[in-house]
Design a protein around this ligand. Structure first.
Ligand code: FES
Length: 183
């Protein structure tokens, strides 16, 4: 990989992040996000850039990046589909959904399609058990109450450049919706 660096603009953003925290160490998570947004992953070289920029030991940044699955330690597809197969999702067909995606894309969990479009992962609970089975698209939108048809639509829409709607809802929002439905 060519020598890595942040642009002046990114360094300004990093300075702003640092200013929000009492120590540079506390800014590690957010600066890793800046790095991942730029490079699409935080491979060891990218982690080293973060360490140098924050003047922190490489081992610290490596420890943080390794701990959180949300930081990609290697190159990923354009879209990362995190399919939850934890208990609630599993009971509601999480494995059927995962295997359907694997068959449809011709890859297994942990792999990326040849065209670099999709990476599929099997993940632990994403905290949306009430909407099982569900998946997350690239650390962002949750797509809930999955069916095979819904997955097919999602993949087609992503291929066509359409972003899925974020379907997660918190309790007040859910209550509002239920209220509206009852009126
Ligand atoms: S078990 Fe799937 S979101 Fe919790």
């Amino acid at each position: 990989m060519a020598e890595l660096s942040f642009t002046d603009e990114e360094l300004k953003e990093i300075d702003k992040i640092k200013a929000k925290f009492p120590t540079a160490k506390a800014a590690t998570l957010q600066v890793l996000w800046v790095a991942q947004r730029k490079y699409g992953h935080v491979e060891p070289e990218v982690q080293n850039l973060v360490a140098e920029t924050l003047d922190l030991p490489k081992s610290h940044v490596h420890g943080v990046a390794s701990f959180y699955t949300q930081y990609y330690k290697e190159e990923q597809g354009k879209f990362v589909l995190d399919v939850c197969t934890c208990l609630s999702c599993q009971l509601c067909g999480g494995y059927e959904i995962l295997h359907h995606i694997e068959d449809k894309l011709g890859i297994e969990a942990g792999e990326t399609t040849e065209d670099g479009m999709f990476t599929v992962k099997e993940v632990e609970c994403l905290g949306a058990c009430g909407y099982a089975p569900m998946l997350q698209v690239t650390n962002g939108e949750y797509v809930n109450n999955l069916t095979k048809e819904k997955v097919d639509d999602l993949i087609e829409n992503l291929k066509n450049g359409q972003k899925p709607e974020f379907e997660s809802m918190d309790m007040p929002e859910l209550e509002k919706r239920n209220q509206a439905a009852a009126e």
